[in-house]
Design a protein around this ligand. Structure first.
Ligand SMILES: Nc1ncnc2c1ncn2[C@@H]1O[C@H](COP(=O)(O)OP(=O)(O)OP(=O)(O)O)[C@@H](O)[C@H]1O
Ligand SMILES: [Mg+2]
Length: 250
């Protein structure tokens, strides 16, 4: 007889089953956008709404995948592949800008050099600081997990920044280290431990509660633990926040 799934698995199966309806919504909206010859012409306003639907289905797909990735991590499954630091950072920037500023996301998708990328994102207040050797380095890690970690940190930085987000990276002593820094309200020292706990948020309003679940950093901690990595926070109230994650490459 089959084992009865524990409640974690039941939730994961439910979340997994969201994949199909989300894909159907995404495919439907994209058909309307891309096959106007079949479905008829669209007005400017309709284009805008459909593009917003497509962007949000993509964001939902990412969230679903993130939750499933956490489950996979809990079971000790690592799917390592070779990818460049550049592809990791560009991928995360596209995902974050897709929601924050889709025009920038489209421009980031088209860049071919690091210099070009820096120019495009500078207008949006984002800087990159990577040595050429690090930027072009190919690492062997679980790409989905590393991407989820960096995306969470960059999303938080975007949410809390006043104007700037600085992303830095290096490879030293067989470790990939990434820093994400913003110039926002910062995090008071008393909260430095608690922000890594599940469901802890510092926002007080209803809007904050809808936007912030306090799950992002807790998830990042789980993924880092499973990869043998660690995270550190540098921040004082009123002086921005800098998160540093370090992941062993062996
Ligand atoms: N860069 C930052 N600047 C200031 N506060 C931050 C920053 N990053 C995280 N925090 C604080 O830590 C809390 C927990 O962050 P976490 O990413 O876990 O959750 P969240 O962003 O609120 O929601 P979500 O589950 O959608 O990620 C946030 O609510 C916020 O109060
Ligand atoms: Mg978050």
């Amino acid at each position: 007889m089959n084992k009865i799934p524990d409640s974690n698995i039941k939730t994961e199966i439910l979340i997994h089953d969201l994949k199909v309806p989300i894909s159907v919504i995404n495919a439907g909206a994209r058909s309307l956008l891309e096959r106007q010859d079949v479905y008829g012409p669209l007005t400017e306003k309709q284009l805008k709404v459909l593009n917003r639907i497509v962007r949000n289905t993509l964001a939902t797909q990412r969230l679903v995948n993130d939750v499933l990735e956490l489950g996979r991590s809990r079971e000790g499954v690592m799917i390592c592949s070779q990818f460049t630091v550049a592809s990791l950072v560009v991928g995360v920037l596209v995902e974050v800008f897709d929601l924050a500023d889709p025009n920038v996301a489209d421009r980031v998708r088209k860049v071919t050099t690091c210099a070009e990328l820096q120019e495009v994102i500078a207008d949006a207040g984002v800087t990159l600081d990577f040595q050429k050797a690090t930027w072009e380095a190919s690492v062997c890690l679980d790409a989905a997990k590393v991407r989820q970690i960096l995306r969470n940190l960059v999303t938080n930085a975007f949410k809390h920044r006043t104007a700037r987000v600085d992303i830095r990276g290096s490879i030293e002593n067989r470790r990939l280290t990434l820093w994400v820094k913003d110039d926002g309200r910062g995090i008071p020292r008393v909260d430095h431990q608690r922000i890594f706990e599940t469901y802890f948020t510092t926002g007080g309003s209803i809007e904050d509660a809808i936007q912030s679940h306090g799950l992002g950093l807790a998830g990042v901690m789980v993924l880092l633990r499973d990869m043998g990595g660690d995270m550190a926070l540098e921040s004082d109230a009123g002086h921005g926040a800098e998160f540093k994650v370090s992941i062993p490459l062996d």
